[in-house]
Structure formats: C-alpha cells, structure tokens
Design a protein around this ligand. Sequence first.
Ligand SMILES: Cc1ncc(COP(=O)(O)O)c(C=O)c1O
Length: 399
Amino acid sequence: MGKMNFDEMIKRRGTGCAKWDGMEGVFGVENADDMIAMWIADADFFVAPEIEAAVKKADEFPIYGYKFGVDGLHDAIIGWQSRRFGFEAKKEWITTLTGVVAAVTTAVQTFTKEGDGVIIQTPVYHPFANTIKANNRNVIEVPLTENCTDNILHYDLDFDLFEEACKREDAKMFVLCSPHNPLGRLWTEEELKKMGKIARENGVFVVADEIHCDIVATGNKFTSFLAANPESYSSALMSSSASKSFNIAGLHAAYVIIPDEENYKAFTATSSRNSAPSMGYTGGEALRAAYTEAEYYVDEFNAYITENMNYMAKFVQENLPKVRITNPEATYLVWMDLTDALPEGTDVKDFLAKKAGVGLNAGGQFGAKYTAYVRINAATQKANIVEAMNRIKAALDNQ
Ligand SMILES: Cc1ncc(COP(=O)(O)O)c(C=O)c1O
C-alpha cells in the first residue's frame, strides 16, 4: 500500500465545495444529500500531507498582506518539467497567473485580434470556446473522429481536417488540450510533432493547455508540446498547474512558459493591462511543495484512478450493452454515450441526476452534437464509482 489511503470516504458536503454543495442549483433537485457528485474536475481525496503542511506554514503568521513571490518556485517548476517530461525550461520563460483559463484568455488577447479564428478540437473543455467568443474571435471547430470497439470509445485527430482549418486565412491560433478533456486522449509525440509542423507552416500560434499533464493511466507517458516541438518556441506557449494532479484548484496557482522573449513581453504586457493577478503566496507554496516534496502522490493517485476507470469500462462492457464509454489514456475524466440507451431527446444529465442520483456534466457543454453524452469525474473513492455505476444501470433498466 502507498502513503495515501484514497479509499477513505470523505464528506465534502457542507465544506463550501462547488462539486458537492452546488448540486441543488445545477441539477434542479431539492436536496442532493443522497446524490453522488461526479461532475466538476476536482478530486475527493485529501492532498499530500506535505502540501497541507506548506499551506499551514504559509498562513501561520496572521497578517495576510502583500507578499513577495515564493522562494524556489521557478526551480520547482523547471525541475518538474525536466524530470517528468524532459522539457528543459528556463527561469526567464516562466510567468504565473491565477489559472490556466486565464492564461488561455490572455494568449487569445495577445496573439490574435478581433475577428480572427481560433482552432479547437471538439468536443473540448467548454471555457475555450467561451473565452474565444467573449473576446470577439471566431471558434474554428475541428471535430475529433470517433471509433468504437467492444463499447469502448476512442478518438483521433483527422490531420486533413486540422490542416484545412490551419490553412484558413482567418486561422491565427490553435488551443490544444493536452491531454484532452473530456476524451482522455494522450497525444503521442508523433501526433504532437505533426500538429506543431502544420501550425508552423500556416502561421498558427499554439497555446498548449497541459493542466492534465501529470494524470496518465498506468503505463502511459505524457509528452510536452514544447519538448516535442522546439521549432515552435517562437510561436507557442504552454500553461499548466498542480491543480488537478495534486487537488489544489481552489488555491489558484498556475504558470505559463513562453520561450520567446518578444512573446513573453507581449503576454505579460496583456496581463498587466488586464491587472491580472499573478498566483497568490499560499497557492505558490502549495505548488512548490507538490513539485518538490510530494512526487509520490501523483503516482499513487494515477494508479488508483486507473483502476476506477478500468472498472467503469468493464462494467459497461459487461452490463450496459447499449452504452459506450472511454477508458482514458490520461485525465480522470470519462466520456459516456447514452444515445442508444435512452429515448431520443432525453435530457441525459437531468435523467441521471433525478433517476440515478448521480451528478454528471452534460456532453453538450463540450460540443453541440454531444447532447446524448455525459462526462464523468472518476477521481473519487472506488465505493462511489461502484455505487454510481450500479445506480446508472438500475435507472436505465427501470426507465
Ligand atoms: C483543460 C482544462 N484547462 C483548464 C482548466 C481549469 O484551469 P484553472 O482552474 O487553472 O483556470 C480545466 C479544469 O477542469 C481543464 O480541464
């Protein structure tokens, strides 16, 4: 057994937790006490004790005024990227923000202008399209191609479609979700090189959102876009954090790595124009502790959630012949298709909340045609996974 006990049941209701306390509002139920929350992407596990200690120490002195940056933070980020992914970043390439979505927004504002097109690979994390549209840019969708074997879904990029999109006159940026949320694709080095080459040849700036980079199923290895594409250093950036892998999203600590000096200056000038705050001190201490003291945590975490996701895939194969599901290569987000399991037009999120007592994300959030799909967050105790799958089966059997 590892250092962490991820089987320990933890009551998060009543702790101001968006995922567990927000269900009445989101799912339209009067009382969600008996529901299982498997929507928003955070984990139902305690953080590593090293992170808890760092946070407590950061807040020990009871004056919470302005502070300098966290000592050793840049070295911690450089060490992590180098050790885990072989990406050799330099101190002067790193800047911090409160979140990865803020980094995507800042990049859109910096490297495109109103009316430009920004490519995304749908279905994909919905704030990408939201921020592109909110900044008066156009979304260019490149739908990923769906395959299915024995009820297990798998998605690929059609490189012809991607190239066609990059060749459009208005295409100026590509926001890459790597690994991919919600499909759980872990892009291979070869795929990343190919995407990088096509983007470069067509003058398309790449924003690599690598927030899920640490979370890979047992046996898999993440490749960093910039490590795979040193030729893209002058036309790309990446953003990441420890929010997902170490469960510290509420501390708002993210970083951006921009190898090109002019791009770095332009990006940080936009942040400054927006008065966008860099990460807070406590979040910075948590990130530093995660990357320097708690590496074991992410490996134990990955092993646990891999078992959860294998269980879900097997459950569907053995019990739900009309359902299709991913068994993700990366992330703890599972994508499930109920097209053949429910009458056409059923509001799937509503059905599963009200008939199964399971709170999931509606697939339509991630791409307009995915209304019969849901996204399931598997970063919870195995007992919750077992109960949720049994409830989903009972609700489908009894409809
Ligand atoms: C791909 C992706 N990017 C960004 C975020 C959110 O990042 P942040 O809270 O740092 O803005 C998420 C959260 O689920 C995500 O899945």
